[in-house]
Design a binder for this molecule. Structure first.
Ligand SMILES: C[S@@+](CC[C@H](N)C(=O)[O-])C[C@H]1O[C@@H](n2cnc3c(N)ncnc32)[C@H](O)[C@@H]1O
Length: 273
């Protein structure tokens, strides 16, 4: 990870990257990310930040989020086959390659040093683009290949945690205005989940901390904009069923313990009248 500054939010990308790399062996049934293993090897990273990453439940946390978001993309594309897809705080996610998408315009947004890493380690697809931008500066809106009739799915996996509540509110309000008919999906933690998240970051020897939490997306998000049609809160670990996966007793306990802490919000923006 030497390409990324120490104690930076950028470095948090190593958490899901290691988790997905280990999941390729531990949970191959859940959308395996073979690029994660390759990228870490090419970076010369030999060991995960902690031995705890070798537990099945740690692998699950990284792998299942890509699965959750892949389900949301597939569902939206049923009605909007030409939609644009955006990954905010994309890190070194290879979700596009995991689901084999070549047909939709795809935009990855992250800070410049992360985008430089993406360009070094991840081949860019035919309709794929990277934008080096702070997502709280809404200049990235102009980079989205958005056509009202085609729609857009905007994803933020493991990203909102690092923004303030005000920045999340402004982002949702402005996206709802700019992308009518679009879908925004992000994961978040409840207040009870923040300290566990910060412990995970500490294990990677990174002084960054999470700040954003939310208790009830269905109550808290609609007042952010009158251009929000519907908000659905789902469970991160259990909301998108997987098939053929057997959890160890520890993983079962982990899933239960995170039930009210790890959540996903899907926010549907209203169509224009
Ligand atoms: C935990 S990583 C998740 C990476 C990726 N989504 C994944 O699931 O592998 C968080 C990512 O969000 C990015 N990020 C956080 N705040 C950001 C901001 N304000 N603007 C752009 N990127 C941001 C970080 O640089 C990092 O790549």
């Amino acid at each position: 990870m030497s390409e990324l500054k120490k104690d930076s939010v950028e470095r948090t990308l190593c958490i899901p990257l290691w988790s997905r790399a280990i999941a390729v062996k531990k949970l191959p049934q859940i959308l395996p990310d073979r690029d994660a293993t390759r990228i870490l090897a090419e970076m010369g990273e030999k060991k995960p930040p902690s031995m705890l990453y070798n537990l099945q439940c740690a692998a699950l946390a990284g792998a299942v989020r890509q699965h959750d978001f892949a389900c949301e993309i597939r569902e939206y594309l049923k009605d909007h086959p030409r939609a644009a897809i955006v990954e905010l705080g994309a890190g070194l996610s290879c979700l596009r390659r995991q689901i084999g998408n070549e047909a939709n315009p795809w935009l990855n947004v992250d800070f410049p040093d992360v985008i430089a890493c993406r360009e070094k380690y991840i081949p860019t697809g035919r309709l794929e683009k990277n934008a080096a931008c702070d997502i709280t500066d809404h200049a990235w809106f102009d980079e989205v290949a958005f056509e009202k009739e085609n729609g857009v799915v905007i994803l933020a996996a493991g990203v909102m945690h690092y923004l303030t509540y005000e920045a999340v509110t402004e982002l949702i309000r402005d996206m709802a205005e700019r992308f009518p008919g679009g879908l925004f999906v992000f994961d978040f933690v409840s207040e009870k989940g923040v300290s566990g998240g910060n412990t995970q970051i500490k294990l990677t020897k990174n002084a960054t901390t999470m700040s954003f939490s939310m208790e009830n997306a269905e109550k808290e998000i609609p007042p952010m904009s009158d251009k929000i049609a519907r908000v659905v809160q789902k469970s991160y670990l259990e909301g998108y069923p997987t098939t053929g996966v057997r959890y160890s007793p520890i993983t079962k306990m982990y899933v239960k313990s995170k039930r009210d802490k790890y959540l996903v919000a899907r926010v549907e923006f209203a169509r224009e009248a």
